[in-house]
Design a protein around this ligand. Structure first.
Ligand code: C2E
Ligand code: CA
Ligand code: CA
Length: 392
């Protein structure tokens, strides 16, 4: 284990003294710390801090010397928090939070230490302001987009490898904004998630995708894959939107496959598993999206209430030329089948990939080789289509 950031201090030792330069803060893992003010030769203990508490952060904020002393009241285990730690975290935070935090910190700093040196991320302010403005504008446009019905679903076929027929579709969201033009979901889904707007948008997606499948294929086994975002399964009553959409469409639950990503599961593993298990008990099928890109994941695979693994396109792109990738993908396919799951290869772009996947016994493939995502009318025509592989 890497113990660079862990520090042990014996009872009675000083951790820092007033006037020392301050280059890190500390989180107490165990033990008690006394914070001490020394003035006119008198030492006054102003606080005792225990496990989980943070101290020494002022020096990181104002970049000045320590304004009080800290001594171990008992033996201690401390975890250090460096300036770089803090900056990294800030860098990956939501831009609105980041800007607010920085504004507050800089006011606090001015208040405590006028003229203090080394501000957090010295030149990051303008960048943050611009990022926050963009994000706010995006969120407000998304609110309008909901009201004005600017969203559309398109459908990409998921092809059965045994006979190269269309087994089902994945519903993918599109936003055509009057101001921005076509916007990629990779761009706006994160903003919709951060703002919570993904919940109403997701509700619309569920309804629309279920209704579309009922129109395209009222009977039979053709399925519809629908992407769920984190908020949709961790929020209140996560199953309700799904169930309501299904009921409105009149379809049986088994024709709907809900796609969740590994990273979404990791946010709160036990809770997510429970929600998915409940949905599965109601008859819905569950797919893990982008498999292999997250916390890869064989260790927990058997615990997941899952019917399908979608192997991420970063693996599929290499199976023809790269023997190790091919072996990994083959092993993943094999393993999932032993666990009773079927496998979908994502991002299939060539006939050679299709052949390789068939040899490996994959059930399904999805990708530009077969079809891009298309509007409902065109998707309907793909239902009766049988693909033929290009020759090598
Ligand atoms: P995803 O769920 O992994 O969706 C598959 C993405 O791969 C789609 O991008 C699709 O256009 C792209 N793709 C399909 N076949 C190929 C191929 O052969 N080659 C390559 N290079 N790419 C291919 P898209 O539509 O831009 O969606 C991006 C992401 O946005 C999705 O990734 C998903 O995470 C999110 N997203 C899209 N629609 C929804 C939605 O309705 N709800 C939620 N929550 N997220 C969505
Ligand atoms: Ca997906
Ligand atoms: Ca995917």
């Amino acid at each position: 284990m890497d113990n660079r950031f862990l520090r042990r201090v014996e009872a009675g030792e000083w951790i820092f003294r007033e006037g020392d330069p301050g280059d890190c803060a500390f989180v107490i893992e165990s033990g008690v710390v006394a914070i001490i003010y020394e003035h006119d030769g008198v030492a006054e203990t102003i606080a005792h801090l225990g496990a989980g508490e943070l101290f020494g952060e002022m020096a990181l904020i104002d970049g000045r010397a320590r304004s009080a002393s800290a001594r171990a009241a008992t033996d201690l285990r401390l975890r250090t928090v460096t300036f770089e730690h803090l900056n990294d975290r800030l860098g990956s935070a939501d831009p609105m939070l980041r800007l607010m935090l920085k504004a507050m910190l800089s006011r606090y700093r001015d208040f405590l230490a006028p003229g203090g040196q080394r501000p957090l991320e010295p030149d990051g302010h303008d960048h943050d302001r611009a990022a926050m403005r963009d994000r706010l504008e995006m969120e407000q446009d998304l609110v309008l987009a909901i009201e004005r019905s600017e969203f559309q679903l398109v459908y990409q076929p998921i092809v059965k490898l045994a006979d190269l027929s269309t087994g089902g579709f994945e519903a993918l969201l599109r936003w055509r904004s009057p101001q921005r033009g076509y916007v990629s979901p990779a761009e706006f889904v994160p903003a919709a998630e951060a703002s919570g707007l993904i919940v109403p948008i997701g509700r619309w997606i569920l309804r629309e995708a279920c209704a579309a499948l009922a129109r395209m294929a009222p009977r039979g086994d053709v399925f519809m894959n629908i992407n769920l975002s984190g908020r949709q399964i961790t929020g209140a009553g996560p199953g309700e939107d799904v169930t309501a959409a299904l009921r409105a469409s009149g379809l049986p639950a088994r024709r709907i496959k809900l796609e969740v990503t590994e990273s979404l599961l990791m946010l709160d593993f036990e809770a997510a598993i429970q929600v998915l298990a409940d949905l599965r008990d109601s008859g819905f099928r569950i797919a893990i999206d982008d498999f292999g890109t997250g916390y890869s994941s064989l260790a927990y695979l058997h615990r997941l209430p899952v019917d399908t693994l979608k192997i991420d396109r970063s693996f599929i792109g290499r199976i023809v030329d790269d023997e190790p990738s091919r072996k990994i993908v083959a092993a993943l396919g094999n393993l999932s089948q032993r666990l009773g799951m079927d496998v979908v290869a994502e991002g299939v772009e060539t006939a050679a990939q299709v052949r390789a996947l068939r040899e490996m016994g994959f059930e399904y493939a999805q990708g530009y080789y077969f079809s891009r995502m298309v509007p409902e009318a065109e998707a309907t025509t793909l239902l009766s289509r049988n693909w033929v592989l290009d020759p090598d």
